[in-house]
Design a protein around this ligand. Structure first.
Ligand SMILES: Cc1ncc(COP(=O)(O)O)c(C=O)c1O
Length: 439
């Protein structure tokens, strides 16, 4: 095993002190020794001390950090006109038409937003108005946003308390929850939750799920498991909202949208993150009649959303995905990455399951020591200049989610570092696995 020189960020650094003083309790930083980044290009990030890190975590700069075509599109449009959406602008309509072409044709309206929290918030309102019902079904560790409404359907961020009456949680579609019959078990759980909402007099407004269940641990298999779930939701009078913030824009390698892997047709699709490659662009694709119903009650306006600069960024992202064949790259290199990880973990008793689709991979660790081991791997990879994250209700899984431009060389660098970090954790005398289950 290579000896790795330790990364030594000064924990008394003035920048860290300033961050904590400025952002207070809302400041969330990765790593035992937080990382200061100054530049990005492709799949690489440069820290303030000049160290280069391979980014296998960030999905916002999805077509690559600071992609020159996206940067140029933003700069050019900013220099011409940046204004709200109450005037006509060609680039905005061109963008909406290009985006719409990627959806089933009945999702014929798109509302642009600045964040996906706004998009999900709006989707919730539309669902309640259209169905006349109030209940929502979500998975146990779902994350859908941080507004007053979406935090109610985002247990991943709850530190205490329990769901409000209008929100029903179901165990996520995992082998751990349902054994071998993930489809049957998950469908039955959703049916039961819908019946409970009906019995409570709330009824089911919508089932909303992240199409790759990112915060629940990256749950990808078997493709198609959402089919019977969506039928059940509709039979109960509810709508199906596909949250594509994580799985959209080609990440799964199986088309533009994660729901396509499941052969289902959503009533609404929400999106964000990768949409502007770093420029804040988010949105909601919706059937026109659903949107019209809400707009009988309220005027929807969002100052920054759908401005020509956002549209220019979004359009450039779509161009780059197409021109650089990034969906094919996610499918092909993602499969190489997944196979490489499976080879490395084969026979390792610490690991219970490896799951993935395209460039979105989850590696689940077994037992009560899992969260601490996962953290140790993330730190071990950081020491080897590779960035990944954690996921799952207890932080029991690794989340590997590189920019879609990740090349074969970068896959090889990742796999070498991953093998070393895993070997280090596997060889630790008691393992770091004596840590708490919850953290
Ligand atoms: C699945 C999912 N939905 C919604 C959101 C909220 O997005 P935003 O931070 O743009 O409001 C996130 C953010 O991480 C997400 O992962």
């Amino acid at each position: 095993m290579t000896t790795v020189p330790r990364v030594t960020t000064d924990m008394t650094s003035p920048l860290l002190a300033r961050r904590l003083a400025n952002a207070g309790a809302a400041s969330i930083l990765f790593y035992n020794q937080p990382l200061e980044l100054v530049r990005g290009q492709g799949a690489w990030l440069e820290a303030a001390d000049g160290t280069l890190y391979l980014d296998a975590y960030n999905n916002v700069p999805s077509v690559g950090h600071c992609h020159p075509k996206v940067v140029a599109a933003i700069a050019e449009q900013t220099a011409k006109l940046a204004i709200h959406s109450r005037y006509l602008h060609e680039i905005v309509e061109s963008y909406l038409e290009r985006l719409k072409a990627s959806f089933p044709s009945d999702l014929a309206n798109i509302v642009l937003c600045c964040t996906a929290s706004e998009a999900n918030d709006l989707a919730m309102r539309i669902a309640m108005r259209a169905t006349g019902r109030r209940g929502f079904i979500i998975t146990e560790n779902a994350y859908h946003g941080s507004t007053l409404a979406t935090i109610d359907i985002s247990p991943a961020l709850w530190k205490r308390g329990s769901p409000l009456a209008y929100v029903r949680l179901v165990p996520p579609p995992s082998r751990r929850a349902y054994g071998d019959d993930i489809t049957g078990g998950f469908t039955a759980a959703v049916a039961q939750a819908a019946a409970a909402l009906e019995a409570d007099g709330l009824g089911l407004a919508a089932f909303i799920c992240d199409s790759i269940f990112s915060s629940d641990g990256v749950l990808t298999d078997p493709p198609g498991f959402l089919g019977p779930v969506v039928e059940t939701v509709r039979a109960a009078g509810g709508l199906y909202i596909a949250d594509e913030v994580q799985s959209g824009f080609g990440r799964t390698g199986a088309g533009m949208w994660g729901f396509q892997r499941h052969g289902v047709q959503p009533d609404m699709v929400t999106m964000g993150k990768a949409m502007g490659n770093g420029y804040p662009v988010a949105g909601l694709a919706v059937r026109p009649e659903l949107l019209s119903q809400l707009c009988e009650d309220i005027v929807y306006f969002n100052t920054y959303a759908g401005n020509p600069v956002a549209a220019a960024a979004g359009l450039a992202v779509l161009d780059v995905i197409e021109q650089e064949k990034l969906i094919d790259n996610a499918a092909h290199q993602g499969a190489v990455l997944l196979a490489g990880i499976r080879d490395i973990v084969a026979g390792n008793p610490l690991i219970s399951e490896v799951r993935g689709a395209g460039f979105f991979i989850g590696v689940e660790f077994a037992g009560v020591g899992a969260p601490a081991r996962v953290k140790a791997i993330v730190e071990g990879l950081r020491q080897r200049r590779v960035l990944i994250g954690t996921t799952g209700r207890y932080g029991e899984s690794l989340k590997i989610r590189p920019p879609l431009c990740f090349s074969d060389k970068e896959v090889a660098i990742f796999l070498e570092a991953f093998a070393e970090a895993l070997a280090e954790v596997t060889a630790a005398p008691d393992g770091p696995g004596t840590g708490p289950v919850h953290d």
